[in-house]
Design a binder for this molecule. Structure first.
Ligand SMILES: *[C@@H]1O[C@H](CO)[C@@H](O)[C@H](O)[C@H]1NC(C)=O
Ligand SMILES: *[C@@H]1O[C@H](CO)[C@@H](O)[C@H](O)[C@H]1NC(C)=O
Ligand SMILES: *[C@@H]1O[C@H](CO)[C@@H](O)[C@H](O)[C@H]1NC(C)=O
Ligand SMILES: *[C@@H]1O[C@H](CO)[C@@H](O)[C@H](O)[C@H]1NC(C)=O
Ligand SMILES: *[C@@H]1O[C@H](CO)[C@@H](O)[C@H](O)[C@H]1NC(C)=O
Ligand SMILES: CC(=O)N[C@H]1CO[C@H](CO)[C@@H](O)[C@@H]1O
Length: 648
C-alpha cells in the first residue's frame, strides 16, 4: 500500500516536472517569437559566400592580408584600422598589475590620491581578472569632476530628496519601489518557473549590481534616471566655472593629513526632506534649445535654434568632411557623437524632433544614468539592459557560430522609435532613415529620379565615395543583395486601430514607404556577418550583445555610455556617421575584398567584450565610480584619500 502511494507520488512529481519543462519551453518560444530570417529577405538577394556584386572595391584592392604592409593606395579604412590597432595596443601596454602601479597611475592622471577603499577595489579587480588600465576610467572623472565645484551638503540634500533613489546604508542596499521583500508566493513561483519572463524595473537591476560590491560601498544616495531620455543640462558657462574650482582644489595632499573614513549620510537621514527640482516638462519639441545652452559657447550648435517645422527638406552634411572624418569615414568616434559640433543633427535625430517624454533641468544635481548626450551632466553607469537576462537584448547565452558559416549580409530589426513620430516629422527620424536607406527597392527608385519615394534621405553625390555600383546606377540592386532591414512596429502617432478596435502595428503615413518585417530574434541575427546598431529613443540596448557575438558590429550614435573609453572604433566595431551617408561605402569595403578585416573585428570584439565589458567589469566600474562619488559628496572630501602605498 505504502509503496504504491510512493510510486504514484513519484509519477505525479515526474508529470509535474515534465509539464513545467514543456511550459517553460513554450513560453520561451513565444517570448522569442521565432520566425526565420530568410522569410523576410528581399527576393532579389541570392547570396553565395564570396560572390562578387555589382560594386567593386573603392580602391580596386583585393588585398585581404596586407594591413601591416605599407600599401600606398590603401583604402582609407585600411589606414583607419591600422591606426586604431596601434593606439589600442599602446593603451593595452599600460595595464596596472599591482596596487602601487594602479595608485601611481591614478595620481599621475587625476592629480589626486585615489579615494579610500581603492585597495579593496583593486584587489577585487585582480580577483575577477579585470584589465585595469587607468584610461578606461576617464569617463568617471569626466562625469564627477564638475561636482568638486558644488557644495557637498547641498548635493546630499538634493539626492536624498529625489523620488527614485538607491540607498546604501551600513552595507545594505535599498531602493524606492523595492519589491523584493514584498513578492507574493505566486510572484515568486512565476519568477522561478519563467526566469526569462521576469522583467525587473531598471532600478532593481542597478541595485543588484551595487549589492555585488558590498560590503565595500560607503553610505550614499544615488538619484537615478529611469527614463529613456536624458535629464541634466547645466549651462556650459557654469560647468566651466565648476571645472575651474575642481582644478584649483586638485592636489596631492600630504599623506599625514589623509583620512580614510567617509562621513556618511546621517545628517540627511535625520531631516529626511524631499528636494524639489524644477523639472522642465512638455517641451519635447524644444530639447535642442535646452541642450545647446550646455554646449561650449564657441561650438557651432550653440547659437543655432531648434527647427520650428519639420516639413522642410533635410539638412545634411553635403560634403562629409567634418573634422572627425578621414576621407569621408569616421576617425574620431566620440567627436562624431557630439551634437554640439554638428547643428544638422537637430534635423536628423528623433531626440531633437520630439522625444516621447521629457523631464529636463538646467539645475545641477548629481544623478546617475545609463546614457547621455555629450553635453549632459549625469554620471554614467552600465545600462540596465546589459544587466538583464532578457534575451531580447542579449540573445541569451548563444553568441553565434563561426564566421565562415554566416550569411554575407546585414540584418537589422527594430521598432520605429526615436521619439514620437508623426505625419509631419517622421522623415527626420534616424530609424526611418536607416530602414529606407537599406531598402534596395527604394534606393533604386531614387537612382531613377523618384526622390519622393525616399523622403528620409538623399544620396551623396557619386564623387564623394566613388562607388562602382553607384556610378553604374546599381546602388539599389547592390543594396538588395546584402541588406535585410525592416521595422517590426511602426509606432504611429496617434496609434492606429483595426476595425475591431485593437491597436495595430502598421501606420497610415509610413506604411506606403516601409513594410512591417517579421521579428528576427537576436540569436538568429547572429547568423549574419554584419549587425548595424542605431539609436532608438536613446542609446541602443543591443550594443553589448552585438559586441559579444561572433558577428561584426556597425555603430552610429549620439549617445554616450559607460564603456566608451574601452571600445575602439575600427578595432572592435565599424563606426558610421549619424547621417548614415557613409554606410554604403563602409559596406562596400567589407563586402568587396575585406572579409578578413570584418572577421578580425568580429573576433577582436568578442574576445575584448569577454575581457572588459563582462558583468564583473560593470560591477567594478560602478564600485569605483561610487567611491569617487561618496568622496565628492563628503564634507571632508579634500582629506579623504588612499595613501597606504605611500607609507612605509
Ligand atoms: C553665440 O552668441 C554669443 C552671444 O551673441 C556670442 O558671444 C558667441 O560667440 C556666439 N557663438 C558662436 C559659436 O557663434
Ligand atoms: C577625439 O576628439 C576629441 C575632441 O577633440 C579629443 O579630445 C580626443 O583625443 C580625440 N580622440 C582620438 C582618439 O583622437
Ligand atoms: C549658473 O551661473 C549663473 C551665474 O553665475 C547663476 O545665476 C546660476 O544659478 C548658475 N546655474 C547653475 C545651475 O548653477
Ligand atoms: C572612381 O573610380 C574609378 C574606378 O576605380 C576610377 O577610374 C576613377 O578615376 C575614380 N574617380 C575619382 C574621381 O576618383
Ligand atoms: C521597401 O520600399 C518599398 C517602396 O519603395 C516598400 O514598398 C517596401 O515595403 C519597403 N520594404 C521594407 C522592408 O520596408
Ligand atoms: C516641430 C514640428 O514640426 N513638429 C510637428 C511634428 O508633427 C506634428 C503632427 O504631424 C505637428 O503638429 C508638429 O508641429
Amino acid at each position: 500500500m505504502y509503496r504504491a502511494w510512493q510510486r504514484y507520488a513519484a509519477l505525479a512529481a515526474l508529470i509535474v516536472l515534465i509539464t513545467i519543462a514543456l511550459l517553460r519551453e513554450r513560453i520561451s518560444q513565444t517570448y522569442d517569437q521565432s520566425s526565420p530570417a530568410w522569410l523576410h529577405r528581399d527576393p532579389q538577394a541570392p547570396l553565395k559566400p564570396g560572390q562578387k556584386t555589382a560594386s567593386g572595391s573603392g580602391s580596386g584592392s583585393s588585398d585581404t592580408t596586407g594591413l601591416d604592409s605599407a600599401n600606398t593606395d590603401a583604402h582609407p579604412i585600411d589606414t583607419l584600422i591600422r591606426e586604431a590597432r596601434f593606439s589600442f595596443k599602446q593603451l593595452l601596454g599600460k595595464q596596472s598589475v599591482s596596487i602601487e602601479q594602479a595608485a601611481a597611475r591614478y595620481r599621475e592622471r587625476r592629480g589626486r590620491h585615489p579615494p579610500p577603499g581603492f585597495d579593496a577595489w583593486f584587489a577585487a579587480a585582480q580577483k575577477n581578472k579585470a584589465i585595469v588600465v587607468e584610461e578606461f576610467f576617464d569617463r568617471i572623472h569626466h562625469d564627477i569632476n564638475p561636482l568638486w565645484g558644488l557644495d557637498p551638503a547641498v548635493m546630499r540634500k538634493q539626492t536624498h530628496g529625489q523620488k527614485e533613489v538607491i540607498r546604501v546604508r551600513k552595507g545594505r542596499v535599498t531602493f524606492d519601489g523595492d519589491r523584493r521583500d514584498k513578492l507574493s508566493f505566486r510572484q515568486r513561483f512565476h519568477e522561478w518557473m519563467f526566469p526569462d519572463d521576469r522583467r525587473p524595473p531598471k532600478i532593481q537591476l542597478w541595485a543588484e549590481l551595487v549589492e555585488e560590491a558590498l560590503p565595500h560601498i560607503p553610505d550614499l544616495d544615488m538619484a537615478m534616471n529611469t527614463m529613456d531620455e536624458t535629464r541634466v543640462l547645466v549651462p556650459w558657462e557654469n560647468i566651466t566655472a565648476l571645472m575651474a574650482t575642481e582644478a584649483k582644489t586638485r592636489t596631492l595632499i600630504d599623506p599625514s593629513r589623509a583620512i580614510s573614513t567617509y562621513s556618511g549620510f546621517a545628517d540627511v537621514d535625520a531631516k529626511n526632506e524631499p528636494y524639489e527640482i524644477n523639472w522642465i516638462r512638455g517641451e519635447a519639441g524644444k530639447y535642442w534649445d535646452h541642450m545647446r545652452v550646455a554646449c561650449p559657447t564657441d561650438s557651432p550648435s550653440r547659437n543655432v535654434t531648434s527647427l520650428e517645422k519639420f516639413d522642410l527638406p533635410l539638412d545634411y552634411p553635403s560634403a562629409p568632411e567634418p573634422a572627425f572624418t578621414y576621407h569621408g569615414y569616421v576617425r574620431n568616434f566620440s567627436m562624431s557623437q557630439d551634437a554640439c559640433t554638428q547643428p544638422h543633427i537637430r534635423d536628423i535625430h528623433g531626440t531633437f524632433v520630439e522625444s516621447v517624454s521629457m523631464a529636463t533641468t538646467h539645475e545641477f544635481l548629481p544623478m546617475f544614468a545609463e546614457t547621455k548626450l555629450m553635453p549632459n551632466n549625469e554620471m554614467l553607469i552600465p545600462a540596465a539592459a546589459y544587466l538583464s537576462s532578457d534575451t531580447m537584448y542579449s540573445g541569451g547565452h548563444k553568441h553565434g557560430g563561426p564566421w565562415a558559416t554566416k550569411k554575407d549580409a546585414l540584418v537589422w530589426r527594430g521598432v520605429a522609435s526615436g521619439g514620437r513620430n508623426k505625419i509631419d516629422n517622421w522623415t527626420h527620424f534616424q530609424r526611418h532613415r536607416f530602414v529606407q536607406m537599406m531598402n534596395g527597392t527604394t534606393v533604386s527608385a531614387v537612382e531613377r529620379g523618384e526622390a519622393a519615394r525616399a523622403p528620409t534621405f538623399a544620396l551623396a553625390p557619386v564623387e564623394v565615395y566613388n562607388l562602382t555600383a553607384q556610378r553604374n546606377g546599381q546602388l539599389g540592386s547592390w543594396v538588395s543583395t546584402f541588406a535585410d532591414v525592416g521595422m517590426t512596429h511602426l509606432l504611429c502617432t496617434p496609434e492606429l486601430k483595426g476595425p475591431d478596435g485593437k491597436k495595430i502595428k502598421t501606420c497610415d503615413y509610413t506604411s506606403p514607404f516601409m513594410a512591417l518585417a517579421g521579428n528576427v530574434p537576436m540569436e538568429e541575427q547572429y547568423s549574419y556577418k554584419y549587425l548595424p546598431d542605431v539609436d532608438g529613443n536613446s542609446f541602443s540596448g543591443r550594443y553589448r550583445g552585438f559586441l559579444r557575438s561572433t558577428s561584426m558590429t556597425l555603430k552610429s550614435t549620439i549617445y554616450a555610455e559607460w564603456h566608451d573609453s574601452r571600445l575602439f572604433p575600427w578595432v572592435h566595431f565599424a563606426p558610421f556617421d549619424n547621417s548614415f551617408m557613409d554606410i554604403y561605402a563602409v559596406m562596400d569595403y567589407f563586402l568587396n575584398g575585406h572579409d578578413a578585416e570584418a572577421a578580425r573585428i568580429a573576433e577582436e570584439s568578442r574576445l575584448w567584450a569577454e575581457s572588459v565589458i563582462r558583468r564583473e567589469d560593470m560591477m567594478l566600474y560602478t564600485w569605483r565610480l561610487l567611491l569617487e562619488y561618496a568622496r565628492v559628496v563628503d564634507d571632508r572630501r579634500e582629506a579623504l584619500a588612499f595613501v597606504d602605498d605611500l607609507r612605509d
